[in-house]
Design a protein around this ligand. Structure first.
Ligand code: ARG
Length: 518
């Protein structure tokens, strides 16, 4: 190759060099910035919180940021430590996995220090004393203590100490929601008999936030201490404890306490009782060996149950969605303008709004509306989920079916008419069977999408496949392993359905029938 050609070649490659150089610089910057975060004195501390837990953490009224006891305490600790606190919202059951993976530096979220949690994360010294309280409807007289909860329906927040306690009650049905607020809403709507939640939070909801029709009964069920959670062996632990002791000394803690709670702060121990004693440590180390095995067993027993519910939910919803979708499709091509317009609005609404919002409207919204009107009406989770999903699927399928029907040659209608067939007969015997074959592939797509979308019903406490996974993580803190297995289960469901639909398509192909009979 001559020199000229070689130079040309090299020049052509120069953009590649630039790109390479750029990538190296980026990588360097990223590693330097992470080095800064991990070094002994961080400048910014990324602190996670689940901000639907007033008065500890909540969105400020004007929506501009976070506020609450925990937020003030953390900011004051940050100030004493000389670092800036950067808050990050996370679901409560995602906090411990996030600490384990070091995606956050710390978490303050009314987190109770428990010996089980201390196996997976570190804790600061206690900064607040709380305990679980039982809430019931105002007119309820048969629940007065924890023992009365046997055989009862209980709502809790997922991954909390409330959930752990409720799960110990014999024969009680526990439903786990993403936030304490939703659990309380469930109680207001009369779908459960009680809520087990942190006392100060439930009391705040009743006294300050105006939650109606609910009261707290009996004594506090537990004595708990909140701590700031950190990744295990985090270098920031000492610093945070230093910050906490500083604000306890200099009066900042006291004034924050008085801002959010009446009265004097309760005495705090240096170490939470849950963490005290050698016996505790022995128990902890014994427990440490169990999770591995129990995760495996839980995955094997609970995920298939969840998968079965996912399949049931999908099948029912596609079945009803198919009926509704066909009716709407016929209405969409009918000569009646009013009917057409109504159905178009329906399709626009259900395709144009998130399924999650529809689910919330049907499950939480409608019963609350009826309640306000003085009518006691509510829906169970399963029918509510099926209704929400079917209404949504019907909107999508209506368009698919309409498209399928309209794709059949107009001449066939005329041919049938000249044979003396009625329009209904024509649709039933000639048009629809052909259209159905054409809509099978998009129907299969819809089915697969729905299998995945059923995971949304977890927010109303429905224990399908994804929620089963979340529940296992909430008690084992092994997020990666569990969610990978959950994903594999979904993959198994979606790939078997696509296989099934391909098979159906082949079966319905007239050519394959001819081949078979030949
Ligand atoms: N103290 C309870 C626990 O640690 C509940 C905390 C819930 N916190 C929240 N921000 N939602 O389990």
């Amino acid at each position: 190759m001559n020199l000229y050609l070689m130079l040309k070649q090299i020049r052509r490659l120069s953009w590649l060099r630039h790109l390479g150089l750029g990538l190296v610089v980026c990588a360097l910057m990223i590693s330097l910035s992470s080095f800064r975060v991990n070094s002994q004195t961080p400048q910014v501390l990324k602190v996670a919180t689940e901000p639907t837990f007033p008065p500890f953490e909540m969105q400020s009224e004007d929506g501009s940021g976070l506020q609450g006891f925990d937020i003030d305490i953390m900011n004051a600790i940050g100030e004493a430590m000389g670092v800036t606190i950067q808050f990050e919202g996370l679901p409560f059951d995602g906090i411990i996995p996030a600490l384990q993976s070091n995606t956050i530096d710390a978490a303050i979220s009314g987190i109770t220090i428990t010996s089980a949690r201390a196996q997976s994360v570190g804790f600061s010294s206690p900064y607040f004393k709380a305990g679980l309280a039982i809430a019931v409807q105002e007119n309820n007289t048969d629940i007065e203590s924890f023992d009365d909860l046997t055989n009862k329906r209980i709502a809790v927040q997922i991954g909390t100490t409330g959930a752990m306690e409720a799960n110990k009650i014999p024969n009680a049905t526990t439903t786990e929601f993403d936030s304490a607020v939703l659990a309380l809403q469930e109680l207001v709507n009369g779908k459960v008999d009680a809520v087990v939640n942190d006392g100060p939070v439930t009391l705040f909801a009743i006294k300050e936030a105006g939650l109606k029709g609910v009261k707290v009964v009996g004594e506090l069920v537990t004595e708990e201490f909140y701590g700031i959670a950190l990744p295990k062996n985090s270098p920031n632990r000492q610093l945070i404890n230093y910050g906490l002791f500083t604000i306890l000394e200099n009066g900042a803690y006291q004034s924050i306490y008085q801002k959010w709670f009446a009265g004097e702060p309760l005495q705090l121990p240096l170490i939470a009782p849950a963490m005290e004693g050698a016996a505790q440590e022995l128990a902890t180390s014994i427990q440490q060996q169990q999770p591995q095995q129990s995760v495996f067993i839980q995955l094997l027993t609970r995920l298939p149950q969840g998968a079965l519910l996912t399949v049931l939910l999908t099948t029912f919803s596609v079945f009803f969605g198919m009926i509704g979708g066909s009716l709407i499709a016929f209405a969409l091509i009918s000569p009646n303008k009013l009917l057409r317009t109504i159905c178009q609005i329906y399709v626009e609404f259900f395709r144009g709004t998130p399924m999650l919002v529809q689910l919330f409207i049907i499950y939480f919204g409608l019963p609350a509306l009826f309640q306000n009107l003085g009518i006691q009406w509510s829906l169970d989770r399963f029918p509510a989920a099926i209704i929400a999903l079917s209404l949504n699927v019907a909107a999508y399928l209506a368009e698919i079916i309409r498209g399928g029907i309209q794709s059949i040659d107009q001449g066939q209608w005329e041919a049938c008419q000249s044979l003396g067939m009625s329009p209904i007969q024509t649709m039933q015997d000639v048009i629809f069977p052909q259209a159905f074959r054409r809509i099978l592939p998009p129907l299969g797509n819809e089915f697969i999408t729905l299998i995945k979308d059923t995971s949304l019903t977890a927010v109303i406490g429905f224990v399908e496949l994804f929620r089963q996974g979340q529940l296992i993580v909430a008690s084992t803190y092994q997020a990666f392993e569990v969610y990978i297995v959950v994903a594999l289960f979904y993959l198994l469901l979606t790939s078997s359905s696509s296989f099934l639909f391909k098979y159906l398509e082949k079966q319905m192909n007239p050519l394959s029938k001819i081949k078979k009979s030949a």
